[in-house]
Design a protein around this ligand. Structure first.
Ligand code: FAD
Length: 370
């Protein structure tokens, strides 16, 4: 039942987020200025794949569309970057003019939210509750204290009293998201020191938004990747399932540890092996994945968690929380919720993988499309 409710809610949130941004698309389509796509049930092997890459959200994105995309690479790039700009204008902690930065800067404990941000924060809260608070968007003060936010500090572990102070503003009990009578979302928080960090879902939102635009244009085969979050559909130019590599956490040159076929689902990976610093006093390594309960970056041996699910918002929200939980708890959560999860732990200096039973079909890349 919970699974059903979750899918319904998630579809609701996803539709809400999609409808808010793609209403502009509808308007343009009515004006007849939207290029229609040559629909390609089978990838049109005679034409090269339309391939675009670029930078967004402080990281990289790439989009592959086998066959023709009318308006070509330029139109594809323009469409994608318009979506990324819209998302960044709402959730970027690196842009003081974004909506979430204005919420964080406000001295009010009750703040009205836009439809998009309200629906998104409500969805993040839902996933946070599912994970028992291991993913928690109030983690902003700790992210900044450890130097992983917009104003990176020196790479030293903060003092115990600073961690305690920042942690006092973190937790599910510090805020709620309500829908006022006239339907507007409102945030209520314990104090103005409760600060939100939505970085963990940014890339997933970007991948979902571009996938929604491609779906709206009738594109039947594509792969959209925004850093570690991806959406894929149909097949590649060779008519085979899209194959995405999970990185080997021990190789600086991003070698593939295992190839996975998401079979038309979203996939994202959270890792603690890329974004970290070594404290010069203690020689300890601290990553950007923060345990909201201890106030410290995760200290266990799980270094990478990959999730496959219907939307990249869901995979991106869950992967960080499951990484905080560590492999054993992440895999038991996955079995209880029939969730496809793949974890990599460092055991005696070597990467060791385990995965949930729901993940198995995605490892066999010859599996037929559902
Ligand atoms: P994920 O693994 O998906 O999430 C890790 C991030 O989530 C952490 O960085 C932290 O912010 C947060 N987090 C950590 N622990 C938790 C937890 N327990 N629960 C919830 N959240 C947690 N970076 C730049 O350098 N320059 C930019 O201009 C820039 N702009 C950005 C704009 C947007 C809209 C977004 C969303 C991010 C931006 N970033 C920018 C940050 C960067 O893109 C990545 O989000 C960040 O480096 C983490 O990447 P990741 O894939 O490892 O994140």
């Amino acid at each position: 039942m919970a699974c059903l409710r979750d899918n319904f809610r998630q579809a609701l949130v996803f539709l809400m987020i999609k409808s808010i941004f793609s209403s502009a698309l509808l308007a343009l389509a009515i004006l007849g200025t939207i290029p229609t796509l040559l629909s390609c049930g089978e990838a049109d092997k005679t034409k090269p794949t339309v391939n675009v890459q670029g930078k967004t959200m402080g990281t990289f994105y790439s989009i592959q569309v086998p066959g023709a995309f009318q308006g070509g690479a330029q139109m594809l790039k323009q469409t994608a970057e318009h979506e990324f700009e819209q998302i960044t204008s709402v959730i970027s902690g690196f842009d003081e003019n974004s909506e979430i930065s204005k919420v964080n800067a406000s001295t009010d404990n009750t703040v009205e939210l836009s439809e998009y941000l309200g629906a998104l924060m409500a969805a993040c809260r839902h996933y946070s509750e599912q994970l028992g608070g291991a993913m928690d968007i109030t983690v902003g003060p700790l992210v900044r204290l450890w130097g992983f936010g917009a104003d990176p500090k020196g790479q030293h572990a903060p003092r115990q009293d600073q961690i305690a102070q920042a942690s006092s503003q973190v937790g599910l009990d510090k805020y709620e998201i309500n829908r006022a009578e006239q339907g507007a979302y409102a945030l209520r928080r314990a104090s103005a020191e409760v600060q939100f960090d939505l970085a963990t879902v940014g890339e997933g939102l970007g991948a979902d938004a571009v996938a929604a635009q491609l779906d709206a244009r009738g594109v039947e085969n594509y792969l959209v990747s925004v850093a570690g979050a991806s959406r894929s559909k149909g097949v590649n130019a060779k008519g085979q399932p899209w194959k995405i590599g999970i990185e080997d956490p021990t190789t600086p040159e991003h070698k593939v540890f295992v190839a996975v076929c998401p079979l038309g689902k979203a996939m994202s990976t959270a890792g603690s092996y890329r974004n970290f610093f070594k404290d010069p006093d203690s020689d300890r390594i601290y990553s950007h994945i923060i345990d909201p309960f201890s106030g410290y970056p995760v200290q266990h041996q799980t270094v990478s968690v990959t999730v496959i699910a219907p939307t990249a918002l869901q995979t991106d929200a869950l992967d960080t929380g499951l990484l905080v939980m560590g492999a054993d708890k992440a895999l038991s959560f996955a079995e209880q919720n029939d969730l496809a999860v793949y974890v990599i732990e460092m055991v005696d200096g070597k990467p060791q993988a385990r995965y949930s039973s729901a993940f198995k079909p995605y490892l066999d890349c010859s599996t037929e499309q559902p």
